[in-house]
Structure formats: C-alpha cells, structure tokens
Design a protein around this ligand. Structure first.
Ligand code: ADP
Ligand code: MG
Length: 294
C-alpha cells in the first residue's frame, strides 16, 4: 500500500525518517509529499488532485505541526474530497490547530479544561484577569507550539504590552488560569484509534512553568490509571482525532485539566522515554484501518 506523508520537511527530518522506515519494514511504501507540490484544482465542476512527482497515495498522514496554515488545510481537504483517506482529517485538524476551538469542543463533551477566555484587546485581557481571580495568568497564542506562544503574565504592564504588540490581533489571545508547577503533574498521552499507546510525564526546567519536551529534553515513561486514559481517549474523540497527543495537567489537588490535544504529535521523545515503537503503530493503524479500501 502507498502511504503518503504530507509534510513541509524533507526525508532527513527524523520523524519523517522514522515513519518511512516503519512503512518499509512492514512491507509498504511511504512517500513524502510536500504541501507545495500538491495542486488543488477545481475544473469543470470536479475536484482534481495533482501531486507533482508522484501518484496519489492510498492513505495520507498529514504530519504538519501547529504551523499548518489555511493553504495546507485546503490541501488536506482536497485529498479527502478526492477520495483519499486522511488520518487525521481536516475537520479534526481545524479544531485542534486552534487552542480555543479545541477547549470549546472539549468542554462541550464534558471534559475538564482550565478556566479560559478568548480576548482581542487590552480591556478584554483586563476583564479576563479579573474574572480569573487576578494575576498571574497564562496567555497563549491560539496556534502556537512547543511552548513558544505560552507565557506567564504577572502584571498589567505585560498584558498591555502583549495586546498592543500582537502581529495579528484578529485571532485573539487565550487568557487562562495559571496552574502553578509546584506539585503539578504534566502528562502527554499518545492516543491512536481510541486507545492510549503510551504516556510520559514531563517536568518544567527550574524557573519555567512549561514542560514541553522541546524545552526540557526528556520525559519519563508512565502507565496511566484508567481514569486518565479515559480522559485522553475522550479528548481525542471530542476533536475527532484518530491520532492525538493529549496534554493533561494534574494540579496539586489532583484535578486533571486537559490543556490541548495535538493533531500531529511528536513521538520521538515518547519512544525514547518508553522504548515503544510508535512510528510502527501509526503506520500499522493507517494500514489496518484504510488498507481495505484500496
Ligand atoms: N494554564 C496553565 N498553567 C500552567 N502551565 C501551563 C498552562 N497551560 C500550559 N502550561 C504549560 O505550558 C506548556 C505548553 O502549553 P500548551 O498549551 O500545551 O501549548 P504548546 O502548544 O506550546 O505545547 C504545557 O505543556 C504546560 O507545561
Ligand atoms: Mg502542548
């Protein structure tokens, strides 16, 4: 079976390398498809999908991080509507790429998330802080990743600075209750096909409150209790994600809060922490679920 990996990186990018290896080890062919090589066309009332340099794959894995833009989302949708099964699909990516849309969907599904407001100007930020019980709060860009768009805000001077210097204030900013890192547990659960494949616990560096693996470098493999697994699985389902990296923070009182669900989750850190072969499980899922349609 031909597995397309939609990416904006080349084959030397380690996650792409791992997925391609895993595909060929299981007797399938993986092709890296760059979004710029996909020509989405509508002609004579029909959708046409042309991919420069390759045939259409039997299944497509979009592997584009939070930087997925409207163009790339359009490409994913073109694959879907042209009859190529896509894991994860464009509707799920649309929700998951925006942190507030994700929290809306999680809340609507009855899942616990931190108190959060979406604001577009300094007075909105000010009201949000009041509503959340005062500083500190966390401000988040809706589509950031790897901790780079997440900041602790301690004073009105900083919140005004943020709101007045936004490059694009049409997207809004999330203002969220701050969950202090002391006594907190940060969990990343990797969900595939309604089950948790593996999980790790991460700790922020000293002086920071963000535990992203890109900042901390290492996680510790953990086995989740059934309640936590259930939260991770239900979060993925709430967004319609078949493959997901669910971030859960457990506060010092033991209450879990889902903070985001990643639609193109990294897996090398989890492989290092647990010894699991996540790449093969991703490929295995795509083949088993969609192989029959070929
Ligand atoms: N409300 C919060 N309170 C305290 N820490 C938080 C909060 N939200 C996120 N964090 C920390 O910041 C990290 C990054 O936040 P997250 O929402 O997952 O965005 P990103 O897409 O950058 O990973 C989290 O893994 C967690 O360690
Ligand atoms: Mg995260």
């Amino acid at each position: 079976m031909d597995i397309g990996i939609l990416s904006v990186r080349d084959e030397k990018y380690p996650p792409n390398q791992r997925l391609m290896e895993a595909a060929s080890q299981s007797g399938h062919r993986a092709k890296l498809i760059h979004t710029r090589d996909c020509l989405s066309e509508i002609e004579g009332g029909r959708l046409k999908l042309n991919i420069r340099g390759c045939e259409r794959p039997d299944v497509l894995l979009p592997r584009i991080g939070a930087t997925i833009n409207d163009y790339a989302l359009g490409v994913v949708r073109q694959f879907e509507l042209s009859g190529v099964p896509v894991v994860n699909g464009s509707g799920a990516i649309f929700l998951a790429r925006h942190k507030f849309l994700s929290l809306q969907a999680l809340t609507a599904a009855g899942l616990p998330v931190p108190n959060t407001r979406l604001v577009v100007n300094p007075s909105g930020f000010h009201d949000a802080v009041k509503g959340l019980g005062g500083y500190p709060v966390v401000a988040k860009m809706p589509s950031s990743r790897q901790g780079s768009g997440v900041v602790r805000v301690d004073s009105p001077v900083i919140s005004e600075f943020i709101m007045e210097n936004l490059r694009d204030n049409s997207r809004g900013v999330l203002v969220q209750e701050y969950m202090a890192p002391e006594g907190r547990r940060d969990i990343r659960a990797f969900v595939v096909d309604g089950g948790v494949l593996g999980a790790m616990e991460l700790r922020p560096n000293i002086g920071d409150f963000r535990s992203n693996i890109h900042l901390t470098g290492m996680g510790k493999g953990v086995t989740l209790d059934p309640d936590m697994s259930e939260l991770a699985i239900r979060s993925a389902r709430a967004l319609g994600l078949e493959i997901a990296g669910t971030d859960i923070l457990v506060d010092r009182q033991g209450s879990p809060k889902i903070i985001e669900v990643n639609y193109s989750p990294g897996f090398r850190g989890l492989e290092a922490a647990t010894g699991l072969d996540i790449a093969s499980r991703i490929i295995g899922y795509a083949v088993t679920k969609y192989g029959g349609r070929v």
